[in-house]
Design a protein around this ligand. Structure first.
Ligand SMILES: Cc1cc2nc3c(=O)[nH]c(=O)nc-3n(C[C@H](O)[C@H](O)[C@H](O)COP(=O)(O)OP(=O)(O)OC[C@H]3O[C@@H](n4cnc5c(N)ncnc54)[C@H](O)[C@@H]3O)c2cc1C
Ligand code: SF4
Length: 283
């Protein structure tokens, strides 16, 4: 560790612009093994790690960096997934520059932050590749059921934790696929859809039931849902767009960004013909 003195900060390489123009896939490649270990070894293992302090999840960042530097990746995954239900998603899209990486002591001292997000992504992609992420098999099945409204990251994280504890879980969403804004908001060049469907497939394999195309308020009332379950969690996100207050803001052809993104992402998904559960079924 402490290699920041002699080792420069490096990010994963960008994919070739020609290829990116054709597929709209993620911009950055993943780290290769030796590069991830080298970058992780730049960490100074702070006694008071400001990266952890500024992580909303309180991730044990210095511990997993040390484990990566020592090539102990399965343990690194165990540590990183202990506080995060989707580390591979956070590794890609979390605003690290304003959180862990922005507060990294090495960044503040002018050496360039440890590339925490890219290492986090590397750990979890390796875990998927090696088969370390296995469907949940709760030690004790409970009879109580929980209905979750909303299959965005909040609903999915709750579903995993409840299922781990043995509850019977059913997730309702008005869209045709699970994932919320991870599917219908964030574009592919930041987060490819198969990264999200892989997680929802895993939850299905763990016994979580999904009810897509089911809108609470249209297909059932909240009271009806409460009658069906022992508890109901509302995880419906925030969908109120901010109006564009400027000259021409109301002109014809000006549309809300989220309306555009939902339509654009749906087109991309329809073109690929893949929906929730398809990645696992090999379609
Ligand atoms: C363009 C864009 C880019 C973003 N980029 C980033 C980024 O880089 N990094 C980052 O950290 N965050 C980013 N975000 C924010 C991030 O996507 C959200 O913070 C996150 O998805 C919120 O999760 P959630 O589960 O609370 O809500 P959502 O993801 O919004 O999920 C809520 C779900 O509830 C469903 N729902 C709502 N009402 C009902 C109902 N009545 N019945 C049934 N289902 C219902 C919705 O269909 C939806 O699937 C971005 C968001 C957008 C739009
Ligand atoms: S703040 Fe930076 S150097 Fe310190 S423990 Fe966190 S990642 Fe390592």
């Amino acid at each position: 560790m402490l290699k920041f003195i002699s080792r420069e900060r490096e990010t994963p390489a960008k994919r070739d612009p020609g290829a990116r123009a054709r597929d709209f896939g993620e911009i950055y490649k993943a780290f290769a093994k030796d590069r991830a270990a080298a970058q992780a070894s730049r960490c100074s293992q702070c006694g008071v790690p400001f990266c952890v302090d500024h992580c909303p999840l309180g991730n044990d960042i210095p511990d997993w960096l040390k484990l990566v530097a020592e090539d102990r990746l399965e343990e690194a995954y165990a540590v990183s997934s202990a506080t995060n239900n989707m580390p591979e998603v956070c590794g890609r899209i979390c605003p690290q520059d304003r959180l862990c990486e922005g507060s990294c002591v090495i960044e503040q001292s002018g050496h360039g932050t440890v590339t925490i997000g890219s290492v986090e992504q590397y750990i979890t992609e390796t875990a998927w590749e090696k088969g370390w992420i296995k469907p949940l098999r709760p030690a004790h099945e409970r009879t109580q059921s929980v209905g979750i409204i909303g299959a965005g990251p909040a609903g999915l994280a709750a579903a995993e934790e409840l299922r781990r504890d043995g509850f019977q879980v059913k997730v309702y969403d008005r869209h045709d696929r699970a994932g919320g804004l991870l599917i219908y908001g964030i574009p592919n060049f930041k987060l490819e859809k198969q990264v999200v469907t892989r997680r929802t497939d895993y939850l299905e394999d763990s016994g979580v039931e999904f009810a897509p195309n089911f809108e609470i308020g249209r297909d059932a009332t909240l009271n009806e849902l409460q009658a069906q379950h022992d508890a109901v969690l509302i995880a419906t996100g925030v969908y109120k767009a901010r109006d564009l207050v400027c000259p021409g803001g109301g002109n014809q052809g000006v549309i809300a960004a989220l309306d555009y993104l939902i339509a654009s992402n749906r087109k991309g998904l329809d073109a690929s013909g893949r929906g929730c559960g398809d990645a696992r079924r090999g379609r």
